[in-house]
Design a protein around this ligand. Structure first.
Ligand code: C2E
Ligand code: MG
Ligand code: MG
Length: 653
């Protein structure tokens, strides 16, 4: 009985809404909700504390001629100084990044502070009302009502703090009213009770709906991080782990390894025994793999039959080899599936950081190369990455030399691919995509030459050219159509990009909101600092921002909150697989619901079939882009495409 009571009070003081009949939560979720509640309160607290200080001063002035003048002055100085000190403290606390988890203890402190402040105001009617002149009494009445309403509003997400703050004021008013026999005070008392009830009721309603919203968001984020079939971390979660390992590498030089696994003959199992057997196979593989790792490390499923592991704090490369060999050995015993014995095998590619790379792109690219060689050598092979895996490098040098004069020789041009709005069934804009007509090689795709341009710094010149051309094209399109331009991370390391965009918009006489910047997640990771300032300036200008290839990047969902994105573009790999792989569908759906909560539009990339379009329409996707709507077209075909009534008819629901 006693422990139950203790637990009740502990939860009550921790701001846990379940004690008031609000939504129930587990410990992690409760900590997360506290973090959100705290962030909101801290957000208000500077203003509230200023108001407290002003009110204290006003009270001292109002009681200047009362017999309690000295006492009131001391009270006002104490309350005003405490309020200013607390306000300054919470202002600095607000600058530090918002924590994901706030402890019960921190919430206890907040509730205690709310109570102390409330008690300071509760003293006012008791100590000063009786001897104050009628003007002073009016001021006290107004102040107390204001404090009640303001306090309830400031603590609206945390009922126990709202109660801790307002209860002493109510008690103070009650004591003051009951002392004096004036019958009008009975009416005042009735009013105070009515106000209090309404206030508290509003606090409960608001705080419950606030908590439910946080829970929904956290759950959506959880779904996005877990593979629903094997319950292993998925690619998002893997990317976050890799991201964290890279940060530690940069900070303290902590080496790590990435192991990339691919199941041999998984497709055969699927084709021969059907998808349910394939799923069961994956589930069993997942549990065997997980048993091979160290306790704190989790194998992630990053694709259909692809698994990966980040081995943090690697003392010797042999440790990685040992785990890889354990993975291979775990396939020796056959798998028991639907009464059949199935033999499986895996190959493993190993990359060591920093030796083989220190960016996510390099690490994953090299892991792929090592795995490729392992698979070619036969099932059950483990390969470390070797420099010779990088066969492309020589070819790149030649490409580099050619790219240098490409603009001058007029070999570059833009094509445009439309976005279709599913609700309005109309084309809302076009993405500008770069092409290079090479005199010998023919049409070179951007996937081959953009990286080269980035390495050589040519991307700045090419990027400026793209912005100019895209704006010039946009000038000839209807007002309600936008252009989206792809940017490389490197472009934001050069501050002149800001001027280039402003100038291009002015030259073409275009409203900034019609110009959209597409950046990828990996770009946010690289030296975010400088890019952040330039992006913020552009956003202030009115330009909009889209997060491209969402899901493939090597970053985390937390980046969504870093910048005010107008749109996220779900990568085409998810769209391609969503109708055949339930985990892809789950990710697409969660991303859409998460985006809706964050008030961000979603574009599905790479829509190629009518079935995909129907499905996306059903689950509430905002816009689609892909070969089904139109392939990228030359600039002079854009207006024709906009005019195609037929196209609209086809995609009308
Ligand atoms: P992205 O921005 O994700 O562009 C979408 C890519 O998907 C384009 O390839 C487009 O042609 C292709 N695509 C569109 N619909 C479909 C579809 O239904 N099925 C399939 N299979 N593919 C589809 P593209 O033009 O080869 O561009 C590749 C990447 O190169 C772009 O990816 C973008 O990241 C980059 N890029 C293109 N132009 C520029 C540029 O001007 N500057 C920079 N920095 N990067 C660019
Ligand atoms: Mg793009
Ligand atoms: Mg994309």
């Amino acid at each position: 009985m006693r422990t139950r009571l203790t637990s009740f009070f502990a939860r009550l003081l921790a701001g846990d809404l379940s004690v008031f009949g609000g939504p129930a939560t587990d410990d992690t979720m409760a900590g997360h909700i506290r973090a959100e509640q705290m962030a909101l309160v801290l957000g208000y607290s500077v203003g509230i504390m200023l108001a407290n200080a002003c009110n204290a001063i006003v009270l001292a002035i109002a009681l200047w001629h009362s017999p309690d003048r000295e006492l009131a002055l001391i009270w006002a100085i104490v309350v005003a100084s405490a309020a200013i000190a607390f306000g300054l403290q919470s202002h600095t606390a607000r600058r530090i990044t918002k924590p994901q988890f706030v402890s019960r203890h921190a919430m206890h402190r907040l509730v205690r502070n709310a109570f102390v402040l409330g008690a300071a105001w509760g003293i006012v009617p008791v100590a000063f009302f009786a001897d104050a002149a009628s003007g002073g009494q009016l001021v006290i009445t107004c102040l107390c009502s204001g404090m009640l309403a303001g306090g309830a509003l400031a603590f609206a997400t945390i009922p126990v703090a709202a109660i801790a703050f307002t209860a002493p004021i109510f008690v103070g008013i009650a004591i003051c009213l009951s002392r004096d026999g004036d019958p009008a005070y009975v009416l005042v008392a009735i009013l105070v009770v009515v106000y209090g009830t309404v206030l508290l009721r509003a606090v409960f309603v608001y705080s419950f709906s606030f908590a439910r919203r946080v829970i929904r968001q956290v759950e959506a984020e959880r779904t996005v991080r877990q593979d629903p079939l094997t319950l292993l971390p998925n690619r998002f979660a893997f990317n976050e782990t890799l991201d964290a390992a890279l940060k530690r590498l940069a900070l303290s030089g902590e080496a790590f390894a990435v192991l990339l696994l691919d199941l041999d003959r998984f497709k055969e199992v699927n084709d021969k025994f059907g998808h349910p057997a394939g799923d069961e196979f994956l589930v069993q593989v997942a549990s065997r793999l997980q048993r091979c790792t160290r306790a704190a490390e989790h194998v992630a499923r990053i694709g259909g039959d692809e698994f990966a592991l980040v081995m943090a704090n690697l003392a010797r490369p042999d440790d990685a080899l040992e785990i890889a060999e354990r993975f291979v050995a775990s396939f020796t015993a056959p798998f028991e599936i639907e009464g059949r014995q199935i033999i499986g095998a895996t190959s493993v590619g190993i990359v060591l950081a920093p030796r083989d790379g220190s960016t996510q792109l390099d690490i994953m690219k090299n892991a792929d190369a090592a795995l490729y060689r392992a698979k070619k050598a036969g099932p059950g092979t483990v390969c470390f990455f070797e420099a010779s895996d990088d066969r492309m490098s020589r070819d790149r040098k030649a490409l580099q030399a050619d790219l240098e004069g490409a603009i001058a020789r007029d070999e570059l041009f833009l094509v445009f691919q439309p976005f279709l709005d599913l609700a309005a069934n109309r084309i809302t804009g076009f993405e500008a995509l770069l092409r290079w007509q090479h005199p010998q090689r023919g049409l070179v795709p951007p996937s081959e030459f953009i990286a080269v341009a980035e390495e050589t710094g040519l991307i700045h010149e090419i990027g400026e050219w793209v912005i100019g051309r895209a704006c010039a094209a946009l000038a000839g399109w209807p007002e309600d159509v936008r252009v989206a331009v792809n940017f490389s991370a490197a472009q934001f390391h050069n501050t002149t990009i800001l001027q280039t965009i402003v100038q291009a918009l002015a030259d073409a006489n275009i409203a900034p909101h019609r110009f959209e910047i597409e950046i990828t997640e990996s770009m946010l990771l690289s030296k975010y600092g400088a890019a952040g300032a330039i992006l913020t300036a552009l956003l202030e200008l009115g330009v909009t921002l889209a997060l491209d290839d969402f899901g493939t990047g090597f970053s985390s969902l937390t980046y969504l909150r870093k910048l005010p994105f107008s749109r996220i573009k779900i990568d085409q790999s998810f769209i391609r697989d969503m109708l055949v792989q339930p985990d892809c569908a789950a990710i697409v759906k969660s991303v859409i619901s998460l985006a809706r909560d964050l008030d961000i539009d979603v574009v599905a990339e790479g829509v190629e079939t009518a079935d995909q379009l129907d499905y996306l329409r059903q689950i509430g996707c905002d816009e689609v882009q892909g070969y089904l709507i139109s392939r990228p077209v030359p600039a002079d075909a854009v207006l024709k495409l906009l005019d195609m009534k037929k196209l609209r008819a086809i995609f009308a629901a």
